[in-house]
Design a binder for this molecule. Structure first.
Ligand code: CO
Length: 485
């Protein structure tokens, strides 16, 4: 068999750098400030990354809520330093950068404005992989002449690829459907870090047979498999992978770029990057680290979460289950909850476990164990069974659905259309409510996405209320000491 690493055509692996978004989101709860990005911005621009992920995901939420920074300003500021490398953002489909489905008018205005502030590539995903939740975003991305990257949430119901739902055929079918929507590239988005090396080899090999589009892999180091999975994906011909500079890599973040660059040297897939330059930029991240130390998870000896290999439950979901059980004084029932999750998940149509479905399934599973199965049902779980998030990967259990929707305020008969078709336009109403406090269209969108914290932020921004010390930039420990002594 021909070895594409030695005998194939020259096909450098392209790198998307995620340091400035998913990197600090995974390591520091998304708390990195724009001012700390600027010292290495120009150097990063020189590296020849395929793209830099700088926005989206949780950045919008944390910036206005915890950092007192206007989220819209970050891409504009970075663009002054990073002139060559395209910017990419993670967009949660109809949920944008929030946690619910917004009406189409909000989605249109948000995507248009994102293009205007400097986003070039949009990685769009939906928690249920229901592509109808892509539609409105995609219309505007294409209308603005930007790059639409369609992402498929990678999910499993067993340790390895296969089973009734998330098998090879499922991902191939989604890939073809995304291509048919006009995608410029396809992303396998493995948010829980559960894709394993030989499975991704098979998956990339299959996808390469059905599409000419560039294929991009996003994975997290969480289970410890990610670097191995990248190597096998590269051997199977993957086009682009996501990495971070070493200080913001590993743990629940991405694989580090530096070892990958050296691994590929001298092969047909050599990135051509200079590892010494990468190490130099990493040193800056080490220097600013003391400012962010309090956001680093240090409660476990292990840097990986080996448990996810056994039960596929993402780490963030487990910490929420534990705190919910503690509140109910039922922490001793954690093992029962682990057993309940696959059952509740199956009855709910086997959604991928990603925000917000991971929470919806997690919370309901705890209630099923502690209070009895479906004795109490959360509104969000009802909405999921009602079809308000979209179509689930597998059919929901009809008995459970009937039981859960019996006293549902929205109705007993589930909806089957595109979820946003059931939503009234929102922006005119938002404009009326926020009034003069929103001085720009960006302000209005901040409020539309986050009514309460958005309004609070606008009060800080325009000096209606003083910005509390807690949201101002923290001082590094040595700076503080210097002042005192
Ligand atoms: Co991620």
């Amino acid at each position: 068999m021909a070895d594409i690493m030695k005998d194939g055509p020259v096909h450098p692996v392209k790198i998307q750098d995620n340091t400035l978004r998913d990197g600090h989101q995974s390591i520091y709860a998304t708390r990195m400030r724009t001012e700390d990005m600027l010292p290495i911005a120009e150097q990063m621009d020189e590296m020849g990354f395929w793209a830099m992920e700088v926005w989206g995901g949780a950045t919008f939420d944390t910036m206005h809520r915890f950092l007192g920074e206007d989220p819209w300003e970050r891409p504009k500021t970075l663009k002054k330093y990073i002139k060559k490398t395209p910017f990419t953002m993670l967009l949660r489909g109809q949920n944008l950068v929030g946690y619910r489905n917004y009406a189409d008018d909000v989605v249109r205005a948000f995507v248009d404005k994102s293009c205007e502030v400097g986003i070039d590539i949009f990685r769009v995903f939906d928690a249920l992989n229901d592509l109808r939740n892509f539609q409105t975003c995609v219309e505007r991305i294409k209308a603005n002449g930007k790059h639409f990257q369609g992402a498929i949430c990678y999910s499993l119901t067993q340790p390895r690829l296969g089973g009734d739902v998330f098998n090879l055929a499922y991902f191939v079918k989604k890939c073809k459907a995304i291509e048919a929507m006009g995608a410029d590239s396809i992303c396998i988005k493995d948010m829980a870090g559960i894709v394993s090396p030989y499975d991704i080899y098979d998956l990339v090999t299959e996808l390469k047979k059905v599409t000419k589009l560039p294929i991009h892999l996003h994975t997290h180091y969480t289970s410890g498999m990610a670097s191995m999975s990248y190597l096998k994906a590269i051997e199977a011909g993957i086009d682009i992978v996501d990495t971070c500079l070493a200080p913001y890599a590993l743990r629940s973040s991405m694989p580090a770029i530096e070892p990958l660059v050296v691994t590929l040297q001298g092969t047909k897939r050599d990135t051509g990057m200079d590892v010494r330059k990468l190490i130099g930029m990493g040193e800056h991240l080490e220097r600013i680290a003391p400012k962010y130390q309090k956001n680093l998870m240090t409660n476990k000896l292990s840097l990986i979460d080996a448990g996810v290999l056994a039960h596929q439950i993402p780490g963030g979901m487990i910490s929420n289950l534990v705190s919910q059980l503690k509140e109910m004084n039922a922490l001793d029932r954690l093992d029962e909850v682990y057993a309940e999750i696959p059952r509740t998940r199956k009855e709910a149509g086997t959604p991928p476990l990603v925000t917000p479905t991971s929470q919806i399934v997690g919370v309901q599973s705890v209630m099923n164990v502690v209070q009895g199965r479906y004795k109490m049902v959360t509104n969000q779980f009802k909405d999921l069974m009602y079809g308000l998030y979209g179509e689930t990967p597998a059919p929901v259990d009809p008995e459970v659905q009937k039981m859960v929707l019996k006293h549902n305020k929205r109705g007993q008969t589930p909806i089957t259309g595109r979820p946003a078709d059931y939503l009234e336009p929102e922006l005119a109403d938002d404009k009326k409510k926020i009034g003069d406090l929103a001085k720009t269209e960006e302000d209005l969108l901040t409020y539309a996405l986050y009514p309460s914290t958005g309004e609070q932020f606008l009060k800080w921004k325009y000096g209606v209320e003083p910005m509390p010390e807690s949201v101002k930039p923290p001082k590094a420990p040595e700076e503080v000491k210097g002042k005192e002594g």
